[in-house]
Design a binder for this molecule. Structure first.
Ligand code: GLN
Length: 602
């Protein structure tokens, strides 16, 4: 028997996967920090296109793991897929390096290379992410599955060490801005740093896998699927029949169309209009396809059903959590006093507290679960996750009480944002690594990576919802001031005391102040609003302006959600309190049913 276990009781292979994933997340988050700036400024595509490309890119990165998971479970195995995915991501980063080295002399070439690079990274992430995560699970034989929550929490620390370092080092080399002027030639060094990190991660895994990523008796883990290596009766390959595959395909088309028409509706950007519905549709049709497999037993089906319940609830978690990158950073920028003992913290830095807190608290949380387990006090996974949802609701509740009486020029102290991130991070540690671990505990071996893909699809759906909910941010103080400069009484219009004329509507829409634009109706009336708003200085005729008013092509009002009107930051934060609070209670309330469906797994 090879010595593969450390004193603390975790196999050494965990540290190999920790290191591999650390470098991969370094590469992913480091590049992510530069990507939209690079597209907007160096490739000269503008802020709007950059953020649309960025959103679509992230959505696809969390959509492809189901494909990578499927191919791994059925044909290639974890090891091959990790090496394939890591290599692809490294090549993608080197292509970004190439694009960032050529944009000044050949812009069209640089743009084409960027597109191919992003597709390569999306493909690579799809192969890498579900497979490295499901390999953590396979390090632990059946009788050690109780260590999984603790193991995944340690693994999660690796994710965040990498993410935090990457978000620091790649911009350090790649974002060179002095006196308000950015040196666009520097981007390439950031992408190169990300590429080197990915090469390191892949090489680490390649050379250490045979020695450490092995079962307790020394057999290599994560090889090609094959009937012979499943002594535990979980036949090694999934069997989807052709009619079921066709049915799932038809469901995907039908659901995508359904979500396209009934959720976001036509008229929004193509990514929002098609990609988000496609993500929601893929989740449901894939879920159907897996349970239609003929080899699944009743117990397996029950356990998979628990995963589906969890995947549904985590959508709300990520939708609230990922406001960090959008509305919360925006609030940090516009309505937060970021002065700490005389030092002015850059607003974009506030969200880094998340990564830092994960690094500080991951090991204590992992130890806490083991400590509770020894005393038979450890709650089951879904109760931890309900707690995670509760913590995120609490974080929003605390900040909501702080902004309640801010008034027109008030700013919230940055300490409250830090407390919010502390609670959100604790919530994340109760929910996200525990979710990865739950997949490992509940998934039959032949579906381990595919179901990991489903878990990430739940995350992707959460990201899509993030975009929708983030757009509900009511006008912040700066908007009222901007409107006043143009002699527009925004408060009066929002409260319905004043009927806006066409000119005011158009001006507010141009200033992006809570304007709803009806693109389709606009087209019927001869307005191509997409084009009009792209040109910053376009002037409309008096007749056009009065059509806008009479046909109600542009509407200005407070954001509305499920019948509620969100008038202030307080309302906005309370939306997340209610959403996550209700989700927490519902998930907690389902505990007896979940316990039954888990058949002995905790
Ligand atoms: N930050 C974590 C990671 O990169 C979790 C992201 C997610 O699952 N949505 O793995």
């Amino acid at each position: 028997m090879t010595e593969v276990t450390t004193q603390k009781g975790h196999p050494k292979g965990l540290w190999v996967l920790f290191g591999t994933e650390m470098w991969e997340r370094f590469n992913f988050y480091g590049m992510r920090a530069l990507l939209s700036l690079f597209i907007a400024e160096a490739l000269m595509m503008g802020d709007k296109d950059a953020s649309i490309i960025y959103g679509g890119f992230l959505g696809l990165c969390y959509l492809t793991p189901m494909l990578g998971g499927y191919i791994s479970d059925k044909y290639l195995g974890n090891r091959n897929c990790i090496i394939l995915g890591g290599t692809a991501m490294a090549i993608g980063q080197l292509m970004l390096f190439l694009s960032a080295s050529t944009f000044a002399s050949n812009l069209p070439l640089a743009k084409s290379v960027m597109w191919v690079a992003l597709l390569t990274i999306i493909f690579g992430n799809g192969f890498f992410k579900p497979n490295i995560s499901s390999m953590v699970g396979s390090l632990y034989p059946k009788e050690q599955k109780s260590k999984l929550d603790s193991a995944f929490t340690i693994f999660y620390m690796g994710i965040n060490v990498g993410a935090t370092l990457g978000q620091f080092i790649c911009p350090f080399f790649g974002d060179d801005k002095h006196d308000g002027i950015r040196n666009l030639g520097a981007f390439k060094w950031g992408f190169l740093a990300a590429g080197i990190a990915m090469i390191l991660g892949t090489v680490v895994f390649f050379f250490l896998k045979n020695k450490y990523v092995v079962s307790p008796d020394g057999a290599p883990l994560g090889g090609k699927p094959n009937k012979a290596d499943t002594p535990d009766d979980e036949s090694a390959q999934a069997k989807f029949t052709l009619p079921n595959i066709l049915l799932a395909g038809a469901m995907l088309v039908g659901l995508t169309l359904f979500f396209h028409y009934f959720l976001d509706g036509p008229g929004v950007s193509p990514i929002k209009a098609w990609l988000y519905p496609f993500i929601y549709g893929s989740g449901i049709s894939l879920a159907f396809l897996i349970v239609s497999d003929k080899t699944i037993t009743k117990i397996e089906k029950d356990r998979i059903f628990v995963l589906y319940i969890v995947c549904f609830f985590v959508i709300f978690f990520w939708a609230a959590f990922e406001q960090a990158g959008s509305s919360l950073t925006f609030i940090a920028d516009k309505q937060t006093d970021t002065n700490i003992l005389g030092w002015q913290m850059p607003p974009t830095m506030v969200q880094n507290f998340n990564g830092i807190f994960v690094i500080i608290f991951a090991l204590p949380f992992s130890a806490l679960w083991l400590w509770m387990q020894k005393r038979k006090m450890e709650p089951i996974s879904t109760v931890k996750q309900a707690l995670g949802l509760g913590l995120i609701a609490l974080g929003y509740y605390i900040i909501a009480t702080q902004v309640k009486d801010l008034g027109i020029n008030g700013k919230v102290g940055v300490i409250w944002m830090i407390i919010l991130y502390l609670l959100h991070t604790w919530g994340e540690l109760c929910l996200s690594p525990i979710g990865l671990s739950l997949v490992a505990k509940l998934a039959p071996k032949r579906f381990a990576s595919l179901l990991m893909g489903v878990w990430f699809l739940g995350n992707a759906a959460g990201y899509a919802l993030t975009g929708t909910l983030g757009a509900l941010l009511p006008p912040t103080t700066d908007k009222y001031i901007d409107a006043q400069k143009k002699n527009i009484d925004l408060q009066g219009i929002l409260d319905g005391r004043k009927e806006p004329d066409g000119n005011e509507l158009y001006t507010l829409a141009k200033m992006k102040i809570s304007a709803d634009i009806d693109y389709d109706k606009g087209k019927k009336n001869g307005f191509d609003f997409v084009k009009i708003f792209e040109k910053k200085d376009s002037v409309l005729t008096t007749a056009q302006l009065s059509t806008i008013q009479s046909e109600k092509l542009i509407a200005v009002g407070y954001p509305k959600f499920m019948g509620f009107t969100l008038k202030s930051l307080y309302d906005f934060f309370m939306l997340f309190v209610v959403l996550c609070g209700v989700a927490a209670l519902l998930l907690y309330g389902l505990t007896p049913l979940i316990k039954k469906l888990m058949h002995g797994v905790r």
